[in-house]
Design a protein around this ligand. Sequence first.
Ligand SMILES: NC(=O)c1ccc[n+]([C@@H]2O[C@H](COP(=O)([O-])OP(=O)(O)OC[C@H]3O[C@@H](n4cnc5c(N)ncnc54)[C@H](O)[C@@H]3O)[C@@H](O)[C@H]2O)c1
Length: 267
Amino acid sequence: MFELKDKVIVLTGASGALGSALALSLAEAKAKLIILGRNKILLEDLTKKLKFFTHAEYHIVNVLNRSELEKVSTSVMDRFDRIDSLINAVGGNLPGAVIPDEKSIFDLSENDFDEVVDLNLKGTIMPSIVFGRFMSKQGSGSIINYSSMAVDRVISRIVGYSAAKAAMENFTKWMAVEMAIKFGDGIRVNAIAPGFFIGKQNKKLLLKDDGSLTERGEKIIRNTPMKRFGKAEELNGAIHFLCSDSSRFVTGIVLPVDGGFSAYSGV
Ligand SMILES: NC(=O)c1ccc[n+]([C@@H]2O[C@H](COP(=O)([O-])OP(=O)(O)OC[C@H]3O[C@@H](n4cnc5c(N)ncnc54)[C@H](O)[C@@H]3O)[C@@H](O)[C@H]2O)c1
């Protein structure tokens, strides 16, 4: 039911902490992988590992640059004649869009706020439009976006990222409805909402140099019923499900993978 063999899957943010673990598991399932990112050395290294299992190729692309995205989508269509899944794993934060305890909302950097919204919102919308157009023509495809625990409840400090992911969740549902109504029941748009995973961006916030928890890390673990951070590979099952035909009647959902964080009141 979770068969992904020979599916043509485009993955953005592939060299990131979560994206690279996902790429490996999709390769093991023998999907054909087109990985996008910005860091040539990391992408080259990852592609070598993926090629051990399957077809894999990388492209240096800024997800906010439509013409770069279009170049890749045209090249994929020319060679494979279809795109089965698009996974939008790009996302991130900037210091000026974060409000530390000693500052307040009135110190927000408008410039960093705009950049974070662009990256997390338009960074999902642009690839969805460029690759989704081909899905609309072929009448099939699955788009998967990355949301966050910061959407439904306030996570202190993280103002810009939270606003952007909230808008991106809304876009996920909006595009799910649009695609199903106008282009048929073969096209699905969903998101996953990871709980807390140690990534490049949040490592310093959650762990001290000796590996023990920071105060913020402790708060998160206290509010996670499973009492630990997630491991990157623990997201992969949810993605395989949403890419595969076993979720063919599932669209417009946001699937939490969070050790119970979103279910827990903390009491
Ligand atoms: N790690 C977590 O705990 C966590 C929790 C919730 C949600 N998420 C979301 O999951 C996704 C993956 O997270 P991660 O921890 O792997 O992040 P990461 O920072 O490790 O990886 C993000 C990748 O995106 C790439 N990227 C950034 N801007 C780009 C651009 N303009 N064009 C192309 N590539 C660009 C970076 O080079 C990097 O490889 C993100 O959307 C993140 O917001 C992560």
